[in-house]
Design a protein around this ligand. Sequence first.
Ligand code: K1U
Ligand code: ZN
Length: 173
Amino acid sequence: MTLRPILIHPDPRLKKICTPVAAVSEEMRALADDMLETMYDAPGIGLAAPQLGINKRLIVMDCVKEDDATPEPVVMFNPAVTWVSDETNVYEEGCLSIPEMYGEVTRPAEVRVSWLDIDGQAQEEQFDGLWATCVQHEIDHLEGKLFIDYLGAMKRQMITRKMQKLKREMARP
Ligand code: K1U
Ligand code: ZN
């Protein structure tokens, strides 16, 4: 397993629509392992392939936050939302591609999602709570959408400018 660098916004690779995974191959499984390792190391509760510069419909998640709890890693190839609740939830979201910035996002409180698992088997499940928020945030990444796209133009611009400054500082020798 390999830790991979996470792209920081703004980056054109974070704005692209990702292509479906044609087959759950060994190469794709190895990529999912790298993504889980990179997510746990960050640390984060989710990660999408485009955040590593890979234009594929693949996400990983583990929304179990307690340190002493058993991890519940989930790998989803080609995830698709098949149902959303009318009830909504507001959550102050963050993003590993927008470090240390947060914003309130309103999303459906519950969603049903279909996907292919690590063995290439079709799965479908309903999610609520933080899992529902996270899976929608990650699927948005596959559509080139970031949580800041739900915020007002002023806040989005302020965050983007801060990230541009951070990237300039990180690039300095
Ligand atoms: O996709 C990402 O950038 C990962 C992101 C997922 C996410 C966070 C909040 C709401 C929706 C989706 C993160 O994991 S940011 C880090 C984070 O939330 C966290 C980190 C350590 C412990 C608990 C949470
Ligand atoms: Zn994110």
